[in-house]
Design a protein around this ligand. Structure first.
Ligand SMILES: NC(=O)c1ccc[n+]([C@@H]2O[C@H](COP(=O)([O-])OP(=O)(O)OC[C@H]3O[C@@H](n4cnc5c(N)ncnc54)[C@H](OP(=O)(O)O)[C@@H]3O)[C@@H](O)[C@H]2O)c1
Length: 309
């Protein structure tokens, strides 16, 4: 099948492209800077910017299915407005080109639970993409465990660098981390299931746990010790974002919206995708071990607690 991947320079897109090639698809990618794209040789590269209508139409010519894996959080606080515009521009161009199917990967979380700005924006993009002529499959996931995932990187660096953490109470919120390998398997195989065109599917790993547990287990796997995590009611998300900024190298523009999202439970409610794709899910520990590799880039733990900063 002729498929286009947008967001191919990103974490998910970077893992997806080789998997689509391995599944014998004819793969093209849309990137903003051709010179900065280091993908496989047998991919057709188109340069264009979703914020500039007309700059990416050629990428959609003859495409049967497109993956929408774009978000602008790294570009700063007005990401929601940019993501809204990018999705609208994409819908107009994809409908003009007659694209039949689009697959989008967004976030889990219940709209009735007052989603954070970040999750609300991801859901808004989903709604914009759903209001198109093409059939949209929206996949929703919580934190994706893999090397290069901004959310997992934040967890990993906090867990490894801080033996003692004073955290907001929201670390008790439940989530359902999923391995990048499983996300990629779903994204590739959903293409073979026509019944999933036009549907929203929720995907998650085999274990539901609190963010506290995610951090503690990650630290244990990487360093062999479990950190002490002390949730306190007085620590606001804003303050947390400051110390995450001090402790990790995840940019504040990314860390802040992600921390605000910790208040929302992100757990699969409807696992009907498994009727069609009963893939074997990667255990959390295996996913973490794959993500950190030999741990060679693991920084030395710092000896101060988050609350002391
Ligand atoms: N990572 C996670 O834990 C996680 C969890 C659940 C869901 N998701 C969802 O998965 C999707 C992909 O996330 P990710 O982690 O792979 O993100 P990412 O690494 O930040 O990648 C974002 C991609 O969007 C591209 N992009 C941004 N603005 C663009 C524009 N105007 N035109 C064209 N391309 C543009 C970027 O290209 P440049 O290189 O040019 O900047 C980059 O390739 C998102 O929808 C996200 O919500 C991720």
């Amino acid at each position: 099948m002729r498929v286009l991947v947008t967001g191919a320079t990103g974490f998910v897109g970077g893992h997806l492209v080789p998997a689509l090639l391995a599944a014998d698809h004819d793969v093209s990618v849309l990137v903003r800077d051709r010179a900065g794209y280091d993908g496989p040789d047998d991919v057709t590269v188109f340069e264009g910017d979703l914020l500039e209508p007309g700059s990416f139409d050629d990428a959609l010519d003859g495409v049967e299915a497109a993956y929408y894996l774009v978000h602008s959080m790294r570009a700063g606080p007005d990401y929601a407005e940019r993501d809204r515009r990018a999705a609208s521009n994409f819908v107009a161009a994809a409908d003009d080109a007659g694209v039949e199917r689009v697959l989008y990967l967004g976030g889990l979380g219940e709209e009735r639970d007052r989603l954070s700005e970040h999750l609300k924006s991801r859901r808004e993009v989903e709604h914009i993409l759903a209001d198109a002529d093409f059939a949209l499959t929206s996949l929703r996931a919580a934190i994706i465990v893999g090397d290069g995932s901004a959310s997992f990187e934040m967890v990993r660096q906090l867990a490894v660098r801080l033996p003692v953490m004073v955290t907001p109470q929201w670390v008790d919120t439940p989530c359902q981390p999923i391995a990048i390998d499983d996300v990629v398997t779903y994204l590739v195989r959903v293409l073979d299931v026509p019944e999933l065109a036009g549907r929203t599917v929720e995907i998650g790993g085999p274990e539901v746990m609190s963010y506290k547990e995610v951090m503690a287990r990650t630290a244990e796997i990487v360093t062999g010790r479990r950190p002490v995590i002390v949730p306190v009611p007085v620590l606001t998300p804003k303050l947390s974002a400051y110390w995450v900024n001090l402790v990790t190298d995840v940019p504040r523009s990314v860390a802040h919206p992600l921390i605000l999202g910790l208040k929302n439970a992100v757990v699969v409610q409807d696992d009907s995708v498994r009727e069609y794709l009963p893939i074997e899910l990667t255990p959390f520990e295996t996913a973490v071990r794959r993500a950190v590799g030999d741990g060679a880039d693991t920084p030395e733990p710092k000896s101060v607690a988050a609350g002391e900063r």
